[in-house]
Ligand binder design. Structure first.
Ligand SMILES: Cc1ncc(COP(=O)(O)O)c(C=O)c1O
Length: 299
């Protein structure tokens, strides 16, 4: 993976923002979106240890028809000369033309296998997984779970926290599966806190993060908590208020703001700063885990 020349540690920059400054708080941006042009942000941190563990075997993973994780895995396969298989949710898609996201996976050499939704839902059960692997012709594959969050990925994300030791008081990240937060919290130093902003509605994430830390580290590590008020109704919901917030943030700071995760994170941090949640003098680092599609590397 180091042949791919990741930009690590990723840059940490300060953003002058009066919504923080008037409360005596400094906003920092941890630019994980600059780690690699194609394996962006937490994708690099999660995939790198898994691709190393795969040790040349075919890598099989799962995702919906627009999954960033599938795309990143396919790109990694092309860059590293690894065979990849993507199990896609929904066998009704099998006979249809590929959408641009899946077309890119296929162009990167990923073999796509469309699974019916019932089997896809049960893919973590050993029997169903076995059947899916046989149907995809990939019994010997190294399996990476949907979203890429397994113990190796969580341990990979610990590096994010380690890079920020002593450089921030609170480090905030948007959460889907919670794998990035689980690793980040484990890497931070004493006195530093990790804050997760879930982008999905549900309230189940705390238990998932504890389970991921058990699997990766054998028990709870680090100081983390979740602020569940900024999901805007659920995954991929981008109401006009969030859209205009993101456009304004881009304008103020020249930062391309990915809408499904990063916009919710930044919105949440501005709201918390305005509520006076952060003590005066606090350094709050926002992890920029993604980049809008329009800025994706053109090839
Ligand atoms: C841009 C971006 N940020 C954050 C996340 C959340 O990561 P996690 O699933 O580890 O919570 C994802 C998930 O894939 C993502 O694509």
């Amino acid at each position: 993976m180091t042949d791919l020349r990741p930009r690590l540690p990723s840059p940490l920059t300060e953003a002058a923002d009066d919504r923080f400054a008037r409360h005596g708080v400094r906003l920092l941006l941890k630019r994980d979106d600059l780690i690699h042009p194609e394996l962006i942000g937490n994708k690099w941190r999660k995939l790198a240890p898994n691709l190393e563990a795969a040790a040349g075997r075919t890598v099989l993973t799962f995702g919906g028809a627009y999954s960033n994780h599938l795309r990143a895995t396919a790109a990694a396969g092309r860059l590293l000369g690894l065979r990849t298989v993507g199990v896609v949710r929904g066998d009704e898609l099998a006979g249809r033309p590929l959408n641009p996201s899946l077309a890119r996976c296929a162009a990167d050499g990923m073999r796509l296998h469309f699974a019916d939704r019932a089997a896809y839902r049960r893919k973590t059960e050993p029997d169903t997984l076995g059947r899916l692997l046989r149907a995809a012709g990939a019994q010997d594959a190294y399996v990476v779970p949907e979203g890429g969050s397994n113990a190796a990925a969580v341990r990979g994300c610990r590096g994010l926290g380690e890079e920020l030791r002593g450089r921030a008081d609170v480090v905030a990240v948007a959460c889907g599966t919670g794998g990035t937060l689980a690793g980040l919290a484990a890497g931070l130093g004493p006195g530093q806190r990790a804050l997760g902003i879930p982008v999905l509605k549900g309230g189940f994430l705390g238990a998932d993060i504890r389970a991921l830390q058990d699997e990766a580290f054998g028990g709870p590590v680090g100081d983390w908590h979740l602020e569940d008020r900024f999901h805007f109704g659920g995954y991929a919901r981008v109401p006009p208020e969030l859209e205009s917030f993101a456009a304004d943030f881009e304008h103020r700071h020249g930062l391309p703001v990915e809408r499904l995760y990063v916009a919710k994170l930044l919105y949440g941090l501005v709201a918390l700063a305005e509520e006076g949640v952060f003590p005066r003098g606090a350094r709050v680092a926002a992890v920029v885990t993604g980049r809008p599609e329009a800025y994706a590397a053109s090839r």
